[in-house]
Design a protein around this ligand. Structure first.
Ligand code: NDP
Length: 434
């Protein structure tokens, strides 16, 4: 805490991993001598820069840009960019730290980073977003590259923003290399990338339920958020035969007792991903109620998927889910459940998948996009989806290998932390004092 004052999210993330890893480290003194945990909680480097751009009225605007390059122990730095007014160093350091374990779990050779800006794309014109992205990349391009650091999307950064940034990268560097992932299909993007985090989250839930002889079909699901991750989590759940009854945004929640169908979801995709509208409009078009300022956790369900943002599901929400009979939770977002909420899930023996395991599908397919780019290949959607499924099953297995606790309950959090830690720690040990 002393070394990182005013960084509560970063501290929360480190503490959560340390709680699982410290008993393991204590059994393996080589990690203590090499001060692995201490080294792993210090990013390799942090780049902070000014982003100056001009709005449509000709007014100069100034934002702050960041890239936290956390660890390249097992591969080039890799992780998303977030554009949101709440972006600060604590949030990006927590995300980069988490990314280290997540990328390790994917089985692909990827290090970890995270970046972004306090720029708010909401209410900006397309040309303003373009000018901001170009200004942001003008500085960021000095620090990234195909074998150095490969950013991707996150909150507020979708295909449109990645495309503006990739265009500027290409112009500045005069080279066409896959320095960003999440690109459009016409210029080096991968099939299933935009769907991958959400699909992967649903696949992970399927694996957890299957492991205890259950399945997704017929289950009632609550999903929070209505961005990239939430929408494609819902899409795959519907495809697997579940009933999705909620989605939300930062203003409120919609509840459709009959279930959101694929047709209704197409309306939401257009509304949220392209028109950047409000989820409230769903209740005006279809049956279903809108609850301003509310989250979905009070709605009766079998399965819950927090897919919006960090610290969006609290202890009381977890108790409410338990009371209503929820049997499993898979995080689509990064760190959406508070430590107190997680404790409730574990005490109630509700299956709980941490984001670093259940939302790793996005970065995994980003890794597959990198492979396609470096080999000048473009794989089919079916091939990528098959690989994604295989990777999610592999991550699930790694969690089981390290996460079984008393009575056969799987502590997925412990399993993910230990499996992710081991690979990175062993690579660091091999490098010696660095
Ligand atoms: P999007 O920007 O596409 O969507 C974010 C969604 O969350 C929107 O519905 C937004 O509502 C809502 N939201 C944002 N902030 C808040 C808040 N403070 N309170 C309530 N709702 C909020 O982002 P993504 O879907 O890409 O990302 C969602 C989460 O998933 C993040 O935690 C991200 O780090 C994580 N993630 C994303 C990956 C990806 O591939 N995109 C990969 C792995 C993890 P509104 O429209 O009102 O802003």
């Amino acid at each position: 805490v002393k070394r990182n004052p005013g960084e509560p999210e970063f501290y929360q993330a480190v503490q959560e991993v340390a709680a699982s890893v410290i008993p393991h480290v204590n059994e393996h003194p080589k990690y203590i001598k090499a001060r692995i945990l201490e080294r792993l909680s210090e990013p390799d480097r942090i780049i902070i820069f000014r982003v100056c751009w001009e709005d449509d009225k000709g007014t100069y605007r100034v934002n702050r840009g960041y890239r936290v390059q956390h660890s390249n122990a097992i591969g080039p730095y890799k992780g998303g960019l977030r554009f949101h007014p709440a972006v600060n160093l604590s949030v990006l350091k927590f995300l980069a730290f988490e990314q280290t374990f997540k990328n390790s779990l994917t089985t692909l050779p990827m290090g970890a980073a995270k970046g972004g800006s306090n720029f708010d794309p909401k209410g900006k014109s397309e040309r303003e977003v373009m000018r901001f992205c170009q200004a942001f990349m003008t500085e960021l391009c000095k620090h990234i590259g195909n074998n150095i650091d490969i950013p991707a999307g996150d909150i507020g950064v979708g295909t449109r923003e990645i495309s503006f940034m990739f265009g500027q990268w290409k112009r500045l560097k005069n080279e066409f290399t896959g320095a960003l992932t999440g690109k459009g299909l016409e210029f080096g993007g991968s099939h299933i990338r935009k769907e991958a985090t959400g699909y992967g989250c649903a696949y992970f839930m399927e694996a957890m339920l299957k492991h205890r002889g259950d399945g997704i079909k017929g289950k009632t699901c609550v999903v929070s958020g209505s961005g990239n991750v939430a929408i494609f989590t819902a899409e795959k759940l519907i495809d697997l035969g579940a009933k999705v009854v909620t989605l939300s945004d930062s203003a409120g929640t919609i509840h459709d007792k009959d279930g959101i169908t694929q047709e209704k979801l197409e309306f939401i995709k257009d509304l949220k991903l392209f028109k950047k509208g409000r989820i409230a409009e769903y209740a005006e078009k279809f049956d279903g109620s809108y609850h301003a300022g509310k989250k979905p956790w009070g709605v009766k369900c079998d399965l819950a998927f927090p897919c919006a943002t960090q610290n969006e599901l609290f202890q009381d929400d977890a108790k409410e889910l338990a009371k209503n009979g929820c049997v499993a939770v898979a995080e689509g977002a990064n760190m959406p459940c508070t430590p107190e909420a997680i404790r409730v899930f574990q005490e109630e023996r509700i299956l709980y998948a941490p984001g670093k395991a259940s939302n790793a599908g996005g970065v995994a397919v980003s890794g597959l996009e990198m492979t396609q780019n470096t080999t000048y290949m473009a794989w089919s959607g079916e091939d990528v989806d098959l690989l994604l499924k295989g990777i999610m099953a592999d991550i699930h297995q790694q969690c089981i290998n390290y996460g079984v606790v008393d009575g056969g309950y799987i502590d997925y959090s412990k399993g993910a932390n230990l499996a992710g830690f081991k690979k990175v720690a062993d690579a660091m040990m091999a490098y010696g004092v660095l």
